[in-house]
Write a protein that binds this ligand. Structure first.
Ligand SMILES: O=C(O)CCC(=O)C(=O)O
Length: 249
């Protein structure tokens, strides 16, 4: 149970999440926690290329000849980064999730989205429920995406289509991209004038549901764009890696 006395979210924040389908919480994670996460996720490309533990799942980015091997996505990131594991179980994150999602919270999965400098590829427009509909009957999931590096448009910060969660699930295309993210909306990552880029600083977290349309550009810069997404669902929906909070009945 939460030990906080002040509510994690204001009325304005709750209204913004309901309206837009996402909510940015700036500076949620303290600097010393971020220093640990930064250190533990440094040189991860090289370490995983040398040896990938069995309890994680790595998808490699498209490798351009002459360029290094780069991780695009690492599933079960809590197993390689104790700092992320601490954050996943913390009131810092769970109080916000509870405020937006309700008191019954399970850990669906955690993943690092590495998007390396120069090599990190596009995440085409999609709704997460386009991926998850085979596992769940209802789009009742929530993500918390943590910025580890500063993220802006030049290095592929996340972009959302505000309010798109209200229009329900759209038909997705299924097509191998060679680097994961093989389920996406028609048009792949064509520019959209209804999308809003969300630049983030290390320690900022953006919370979003599984129906809001989002995507992100390739990393065209010399700066990595490491991020980690924790995904949560309801214990009663199954397909989870442990119950994190449950309301007493
Ligand atoms: O890496 C990104 O910017 C986006 C990741 C994403 O859209 C997802 O994991 O659903």
């Amino acid at each position: 149970m939460s030990t906080q006395t002040a509510p994690a979210l204001s009325t304005e924040e709750l209204a913004a999440y309901e309206r837009d389908g996402y909510l940015l919480k700036r500076g949620l994670v303290p600097k010393d926690w971020m220093a640990l996460i930064d250190a533990e996720t440094k040189s991860l490309h090289e370490r995983m290329a040398e040896h990938t533990p069995e309890n994680v799942g790595v998808t490699w980015d498209k490798q351009v000849p002459g360029r290094p091997k780069r991780i695009r996505q690492l599933m079960n990131s809590e197993n390689v980064c104790p700092g992320l594991n601490r954050l996943l179980h913390s009131d810092l994150v769970l109080d916000v999730v509870e405020g937006l999602f309700g008191p019954n919270i399970a850990h669906f999965h955690s993943k690092l989205l590495m998007k390396a400098a120069r090599d990190g590829t596009i995440t085409p427009w999609h709704q997460d429920f386009g991926y998850w509909k085979s596992a769940f009957t209802e789009p009742h999931q929530i993500n918390c995406m943590l910025a580890i590096d500063p993220a802006e448009t030049t290095n592929g910060c996340i972009q959302f289509v505000p309010g798109s969660h209200k229009r329900g699930l759209v038909e997705h295309i299924k097509k191998d991209t060679g680097y994961g993210f093989g389920i996406y909306l028609p048009g792949y990552f064509n520019p959209r004038n209804d999308a809003v880029a969300v630049p983030m600083e290390p320690g900022d977290c953006v919370f979003f549901g599984s129906l809001v349309i989002h995507g992100s550009d390739a990393n065209h810069s010399d700066h990595d764009r490491r991020a980690n997404t924790f995904a949560f669902n309801r214990p009663q929906d199954g397909h989870h890696h442990g119950v994190l909070r449950q309301q007493r009945t």
